[in-house]
Design a protein around this ligand. Sequence first.
Ligand SMILES: [Zn+2]
Length: 145
Amino acid sequence: MALPGPNDPCPCDSGRKYKKCCQRVHQGDPAASPEALMRSRYAAYALGLVDHILRTTDPSGPHFEADTARWRAEVQAFCDAASFDGLEVMESQVQGERGMVDFRAQLSSAQGATVMAERSLFRRVGGRWLYHSGLRRDASGADVS
Ligand SMILES: [Zn+2]
């Protein structure tokens, strides 16, 4: 997907203009909240902004990979294979330097359409929110073991 213009709707589905939503975070500004970071990451997947995904992943979390070239290729492949059809944020909370966001994302690929539901956990490091890890949930919102 080509980058939206500043006045186009933000790909994170917020209903706001790109320049009033995820654009500045994509350009390197710190996200104001875990939800803002989560939205910017969803939009980055939709737009193929691989570097944004890498630089907003907590190095102490399970998704960080030391092999940057391989990691970048994996994220790029995921971006290319899926289309990102909608995002719904159910709940978000902040406690000090930690945050969580419950969301549902609608994805489709050659295998068909799916709903990815996750509780994402975030950590603020040096004033920047970073994605730490996520718990997958089934569509009803229950934890998936
Ligand atoms: Zn946005």
